[in-house]
Write a protein that binds this ligand. Structure first.
Ligand SMILES: Cc1cc2nc3c(=O)[nH]c(=O)nc-3n(C[C@H](O)[C@H](O)[C@H](O)COP(=O)(O)OP(=O)(O)OC[C@H]3O[C@@H](n4cnc5c(N)ncnc54)[C@H](O)[C@@H]3O)c2cc1C
Length: 387
């Protein structure tokens, strides 16, 4: 994907180059303190960077081989929410260690009976003096086994419509009464967990925003999306792309089977369409236009594309190839190295159309918000969903 960015005379480029030169061995903490981890955030945590400046900064860091710290939930969810609704004390305490990756965060939203219909969650937080006492259970909590903090949605009022009685908390995962048990997924890896709460005391200072207004906060992130020209990896931005598969096939002499050739052509076309969608999203952001339907469409198409790509790779590799690719990966493997494996990708790809909102739910969002179609009918309450 091509996008011409301002050249060597751009003040942002000059500034970043100088910074990198003066900080040749920058630590994650130094990157965070310089505002370079999330440059689109307001100062002092970010740089108030425009979309173009974000792309320049990305290009310079990438060019110098500098990797930003990873803290997906912290930087992607918790940070933007604290920035939006947190107190000064919360911003001072949590944002820098979160940006530097020193404190990893997890997301305590889903429950056994509340996934797509998250507002049906039943974990309760009851106020008791200066604390809330939390009881209940969460599930599918990625990184819950090593996270320092979690963003927690809990019910604080059961006597009002379900969306109106939820509050948003910061939970110290080491609090007495928090029990984390592993779930090993079908890739063989332990990335998510069940989390049980028994009389867990959460100080009321850890409430983010107003009591019972947590549902509004759960939707904050999109407004703060970073502009980036990611590699377009088919596993939620990571892992291999359709072009990677095609390069591999070329390297091994191409494909003769006409049915496989058709699937390769289809996967290539989809990969290119997804890239153009990303470019359209970026060009809108650069022009200062409101984010539109592109991210929902990209998720709905991209997740299924990832599954198709991985299925195709697996069919081409056959059983021998899959088994060879699997060799050496077990539950102790590092995710970054495992994710480069096509077979890991094949097994993981089943999760793509579930995590972060299922494909069906994405299609509902596109139908309702882009095409203004009527909201779907909720048979249990005789009212449309999400009303
Ligand atoms: C890899 C991975 C990581 C995850 N990490 C986290 C995490 O860190 N924290 C966290 O809180 N959660 C996490 N989740 C959970 C994820 O958010 C939920 O799995 C997801 O929201 C779906 O909920 P559910 O599994 O309860 O499925 P359900 O909501 O029960 O859905 C079951 C099926 O019904 C369909 N369906 C449901 N409602 C509708 C509707 N209204 N219209 C049409 N079809 C519908 C769904 O599309 C799906 O096919 C993770 C999931 C995965 C796969």
């Amino acid at each position: 994907m091509e996008l011409t960015l301002p050249g060597e005379n751009s003040p942002t480029r000059i500034w970043v180059k100088d910074w990198i030169k003066s900080n040749p061995n920058a630590t994650s903490k130094e990157l965070a303190q310089a505002g370079l981890v999330a440059p689109h955030w307001p100062k002092p945590y970010g740089l108030d960077a425009t979309p173009i400046d974000q792309l320049i900064i990305d290009e310079e860091l990438r060019g110098s081989g500098i990797k930003r710290p990873e803290n997906i939930i912290g930087i992607g969810w918790a940070g933007p929410t604290i920035l939006h609704a947190g107190t000064k004390e919360q911003k001072d305490r949590y944002l820098l260690p979160l940006l530097s990756g020193e404190e990893i965060w997890c997301q305590l939203f889903s429950e056994p009976d509340a996934g797509s219909d998250l507002a049906s969650l039943s974990t309760k937080a009851v106020q008791d003096g200066d604390d809330f006492i939390v009881n209940g259970q969460k599930i599918w909590t990625s990184m819950g086994h090593f996270a320092k903090f979690g963003i927690l949605l809990a019910r604080t009022n059961s006597d009002v419509p379900k969306h109106q009685g939820i509050s948003y908390f910061i939970l110290d995962m080491k609090s007495p009464g928090v029990r984390v048990t592993p779930i090993v997924d079908m890739t063989g890896m332990h990335t998510f967990n069940q989390v049980f709460f028994t009389d867990v005391r959460v100080p009321k200072d850890n409430l983010v925003g107003e009591l019972n207004k947590g549902w509004e906060l759960a939707k904050v992130t999109l407004a703060n999306e970073r502009v980036s020209l990611s590699s377009g990896g088919s596993l939620w931005g990571r892992g291999p792309t359709s072009r990677d598969l095609i390069d591999l096939l070329r390297m091994f002499g191409g494909v003769n089977d006409p049915l496989i050739r058709q699937r390769v052509a289809e996967i290539y076309s989809e990969g290119e369409i997804l890239k153009w969608l990303t470019l359209r999203q970026i060009s809108k952001a650069i022009k200062g236009a409101q984010p539109g339907y592109e991210s929902s469409v990209k998720k709905a198409l991209g997740d299924e594309h990832g599954q198709k790509l991985m299925n195709l790779a697996n069919d081409i590799a056959g059983m021998k190839g899959s088994l060879e690719s699997l060799a050496g990966i077990d539950s102790t493997s590092d995710l970054s190295s495992a994710i480069t494996s096509w077979y890991y990708g094949f097994l993981f790809s089943a999760a793509l159309t579930i995590g972060g909102g299922t494909s069906e739910v994405q299609r509902n969002i596109i139908a309702e918000r882009t095409f203004n179609l009527p909201k779907e009918f909720d048979a249990s309450s005789s009212k449309p969903f999400n009303s």
